[in-house]
Structure formats: C-alpha cells, structure tokens
Write a protein that binds this ligand. Structure first.
Ligand code: NDP
Length: 390
C-alpha cells in the first residue's frame, strides 16, 4: 500500500488527484488531506478516501470541519501549524497542490521527510527553487514535476544525456485572449479572463494563463527544476494544447510530449513513476485532430515573458519578487482595483524597485529573505497601485 497525503485537496489539481486515488482504494492509504475554505468538500473527500486527518488552513473554520467530520473517526485540525504538521507526516508520496507561495513551506516540510513530492505548486520553484531542491537532496526525497509542460520535459528527457540538450520548448495555449491585440486587452474583465479555451483549472492559474504570467512562471520553473540555461528555454503558442513540451537535441532530433489536456496524466505519471500504469485520460486520435498549429509567443504583446527572462537572468530573490508581485497584482485585478494590463506594469515596477533601489539583488537567498522579499514586494505593489490611481 502506498501512503499518500494531498496538500490542497479541494482545488483543481487536488480534485484530479483525489479522483485517481479513489479509483484504486486497495492500492493507497491516505494520511492527510488539506484544504482552505471549502470545508464541505474537504470533509467529503476525507471520508471518501478514509484519511486519518483533515486540515483546513484557517483556524476559524476548525469547528465547521469538526462538525462535518462528526462520527467519521477522522481527526480534524486547523491553521498554519497544523498544515505543516500534516505535510510532515511520514508517507511515501505527497501531492503539493496548494495555490501560491503558501505552498512553499508545506512542500519543504514534506521533502524533509524524504517522501516523493509530486510538485504542482510552481511557486515553490519560482520563489525558492534552490532551497527546495537542496532540502530534497539532503533528505533523499524525490521531487517530480506535475505541471504538464514540466512532466512532458521530464518524460522526454528520460534516458537522455542533458549535455546533448540544445533547447527546451514549452507550449502555451495563449489563454482566453490569444487572438486579441494588446490594445484590445486594456478593458477585459475577470469573467472574460476566466474563459480558458482548453484546460479546466483553478481561477488564479486560469487568469495567469490569459496574462501569460503562468507561462512566465513555467519558464522560470524550467530553469530551476532542470538546470537549463535561460537562453535555451523557449515558449511557443500552440492553441490545441496537445503538445506540452519539446526537447531539442544537438543532432537535430526533437522529442515532443503529447497528450490530451487532462492534468490526470501528469499527476498519474508522478503517482506511478518510475513505472507507467493505465490512466483514465482520453487517448489521442491524430486523424480526428487533423492539424496542430504554432505561432510566436510575442514578448511585446505578452510582457510577462520578457519579465521572466529578466528574472531568470537576475536569479536570487528575483523569483520571489516576481511571484509576490504577480500574486498581489492578480488580487487587485480580481477585486476590480487594477486593470488587466496594469498587472504587467505592477510586476515590472516591483522588479525595478525591489531588485534595484530596494537592494534585494545583493541579498543571499534563505527562507527568511524569501519571506521578507515576498512581504515587502506585496507592500510595494499596493503602494504603486495607490499612486497610480490617486
Ligand atoms: P485551486 O485554486 O483550484 O486550489 C488551491 C488549493 O489550495 C485549494 O485546496 C485551496 O483550498 C488551497 N489553498 C488556498 N489558499 C491556501 C492557503 N493560504 N493555505 C493552504 N491552502 C490554501 O488551484 P489549482 O489546483 O488550480 O492549482 C494548485 C497549484 O497547482 C498552483 O500552484 C498552480 O499553479 C499549480 N498548477 C495547477 C494546474 C491546474 O491545472 N489547475 C496545472 C499546473 C500547475 P480551498 O479551495 O478549500 O480554499
């Protein structure tokens, strides 16, 4: 029996993970499931998977969770400490699917146990990749990518010599606005940004797809996880989302990873790795697909991609600043306080401020400095927005 914990079980990736685990109850025992505000779903899944403990990140929801679990024998707990305790429980495999930088410390607590970490929380790699990877190495943990592009790269690299890799190309669907000019993006709404053409995902990543901040995060993630030089990492628009990533070798050969846009493939690959097993995902029918198309991911139109290059070149705390600025700018857009294109300005402004005058470019990366960079950047974004709108 494989012992499993799912961090962020109530989210989009969490639910796909629950689906896979629930299909094979004789193969898995579930230790912990964690969530945030969706107590009904958390309790439902804890019961469905017969978990030992269910944890909400919010102290004020403990009574609700206890009530929802009454009679089940499943322990309930709440708050940041409880979340970290749940992540640190000894298991074989942990899904890291909390959204945002809140997922970093639980992921670290999980790798410290030496477990296999299935990493969907890309923010961990963007903000503190070297720390996560080093802690994993020290504890003998295995970290497997769950982002579809990175799972694709990982699969395409199997058995290959990294020295022969010339380029890595990740694809982008282009999100909700792939056919709009930059001018036409000035007045788009949150509801429009949430209309992703191919993938069904959490709200925040869906809007990040429309703004291309998601692809920018993934370029940085590629550099951090695979140790590939920034000038060898490319992004290309591929509206069908069938090819997720391509690895180009020095002999001109290119290995592409293809599959239906269903996150259960990447999650299931990480679940069964190093083996492969049947997964309930649609099989590709190339004839039905007919054609696959590609176009340039224009850095003029999608400024996030240029900012990703800046972050990869700067290294150090630039990733923490970039992520915090992007998360805060997104909060403001979702709350109607900032326009869609203002998110680009806020993130670019935050990088200039914090990595230049702010002096964070001279600060060594530790967990403390990452957390400090996160806090001061969020404040800087709020200040810039206040000035811009006053
Ligand atoms: P969702 O928003 O759907 O789910 C997020 C999960 O995190 C929920 O369980 C939520 O709880 C929980 N959560 C939210 N805030 C906190 C907090 N402060 N502390 C603890 N838990 C919290 O996100 P997704 O599933 O879409 O994404 C999860 C991660 O996976 C992200 O890092 C994303 O970038 C990455 N990813 C997602 C993909 C996708 O297809 N969705 C693809 C590739 C990567 P609740 O809902 O109960 O409040």
């Amino acid at each position: 029996m494989k012992r499993i914990s799912i961090l962020g079980a109530t989210g989009s990736i969490g639910q796909s993970t629950v689906d896979l685990i629930a299909r094979a109850p004789d193969r898995y025992t579930v230790e912990a499931v964690t969530g945030g505000r969706n107590i009904a779903l958390l309790a439902h899944d804890a019961r469905r998977l017969n978990a030992r403990v269910a944890v909400t990140a919010h102290d004020d929801l403990l009574d609700d969770l206890r009530t929802a679990l009454e009679g089940s024998g499943i322990a309930a707990s709440a708050g940041r400490g409880a979340l970290l305790e749940a992540a640190a429980r000894p298991v074989d495999w942990v899904m890291s699917a909390i959204v945002g930088s809140a997922g970093l410390e639980p992921g670290l607590a999980a790798v410290d146990t030496g477990a296999t970490l299935a990493l969907a929380n890309k923010e961990s790699l963007v903000t503190a990749g070297p720390i996560l990877l080093e802690r994993g190495r020290r504890a003998g943990a295995t970290i497997l990518p769950v982002d579809s592009e990175h799972s694709g790269i990982f699969q395409a690299l199997r058995g290959e010599d990294m020295a022969s890799v010339e380029r890595v190309i990740i694809t982008a669907s282009g999100g909700a606005f792939r056919d709009r000019s930059r001018d036409a993006l000035a007045s788009v709404t949150v509801a429009e940004a949430l209309q992703h053409p191919n993938w069904s995902m959490g709200q925040r990543i869906t809007i990040d797809s429309a703004s291309m901040f998601n692809k920018a995060m993934e370029m940085i993630e590629t550099k951090e996880f695979f140790g590939i030089a920034p000038d060898r990492i490319e992004a290309v628009i591929h509206p069908q989302s069938i090819i997720h990533a391509l690895v180009a070798h020095c002999d001109g050969g290119v290995i592409a990873h293809m599959g239906a846009p269903d996150m259960r493939h990447a999650i299931g690959y990480a679940l069964h790795w190093p083996e492969r097993d049947d997964l309930p995902v649609e099989r590709l029918d190339l004839v039905k697909l007919g054609q696959l198309s590609f176009s340039e991911a224009d850095p003029e139109r999608f400024r996030a991609l240029g900012l990703a290059r800046q972050v990869m070149d700067q290294g150090g705390l630039a990733g923490a600043v970039f992520n915090a600025a992007k998360e805060r700018a997104l909060d403001h857009f979702m709350a109607g306080r900032a326009s869609f294109l203002q998110m680009d300005d806020l993130v670019a402004g935050a990088l200039d401020r914090m990595m230049g005058r702010g002096g964070l470019d001279r600060v060594e990366m530790t967990l403390e400095t990452v957390s400090h960079a996160d806090q001061v950047t969020r404040q800087a974004v709020d200040d810039m927005l206040r000035i811009a709108t006053s």
